[in-house]
Ligand binder design. Structure first.
Ligand code: CAA
Length: 240
């Protein structure tokens, strides 16, 4: 019987590529999303992947949403914590709302999603928790004190949890994408974006599929000995 994968922020950008990649690899896939109904319905119609709406920033909504996914598709074997937002601003201009929103989704969201699936994974002696962090959690990024803090937190969280999950057959890993050609990166002012691309040795933005293929590998049985690791997929922009 095929395993069930749940991808947060799974209907757009990197998350959509991950959902499709896992479906093509034979998993039952559920794609969570928080806000964009139109994009989610289009994604569902095009891929046949069921979509589920809740905010990962809300613990109770995560617990409820996961129950619904598990009733529909079976226990979550593979959790991909992909949902993420930016609220960029230089720190001297950053508001508490910008800080709290980014920490709430990008760091608390990872707790909120992983906590409700963890006991089941322990009982079944199998699990994959794959979290999409960022190059900017590794190196820091001006204008992103909030985002860099949350994404660095995701790495620490995963390293700790990897040690707890190891004996229970659960691997916990992180992928740190560099700048990928998604709406999030295209929202960066053009002048800044051009200066970023100039810092990428391969000379281009990454593709969402390049991250999806990393996820499919980490989800597979072939990756059973890899846990607590961080895969950098950034075109050589930062060598961690
Ligand atoms: N790289 C290089 N220089 C940068 C920069 C960056 N990422 N971000 C800002 N700067 C520079 C600007 O070019 C500008 O330099 P000059 O004064 O020499 O022109 C200076 O910093 C101040 O920037 P702004 O004039 O744009 O200041 P602002 O207050 O209007 O806006 C900002 C600040 C909102 C942070 C805006 O600069 C911005 O959006 N920067 C991009 C930040 C960024 O890299 N975000 C990543 C988003 S994608 C993502 O997060 C996905 C992922 O995981 C990689």
């Amino acid at each position: 019987m095929s395993r069930t994968a749940l991808v947060t922020g799974g209907t757009r950008g990197i998350g959509a590529a991950i959902s499709i990649g896992l479906k093509n690899a034979g998993y039952k896939v559920a794609a969570n999303y928080a806000g964009n109904d139109e994009a989610a319905q289009k994604f569902k119609a095009e891929t046949g992947i069921p979509v589920y709406k809740w905010s990962v920033a809300d613990y109770d909504a995560c617990a409820e949403g996961i129950k619904k996914v598990e009733a529909d598709l079976g226990p979550v074997d593979i959790l991909v914590n992909n949902a993420g937002i930016t609220r960029d601003g230089m720190f001297h201009k950053m508001t508490r709302e910008q800080w709290n929103e980014v920490i709430g989704t990008n760091l608390n969201g990872v707790f909120n999603m992983t906590h409700p699936v963890w006991s089941g994974m322990r009982e079944r002696k199998f699990g994959r928790v794959i979290t999409i962090s960022s190059i900017n959690g590794q190196k820091g990024q001006m204008g992103q004190a909030n985002y860099s803090a949350a994404k660095a937190g995701d790495i620490g969280f995963s390293k700790a949890l990897a040690q707890e999950g190891a004996r229970a057959g659960i691997t916990v890993n992180v992928i740190c994408p560099g700048y990928i050609a998604t709406d999030m990166v295209m929202a960066v002012p053009e002048k800044v974006r051009e200066s970023i691309i100039a810092q990428i040795p391969v000379g281009r933005l990454g593709e969402a599929d390049e991250i999806a293929r990393c996820v499919a590998f980490l989800a597979s049985d072939d990756a059973g000995f890899i846990t607590g690791s961080t895969i950098s997929a950034n075109g050589g922009q930062y060598l961690a």
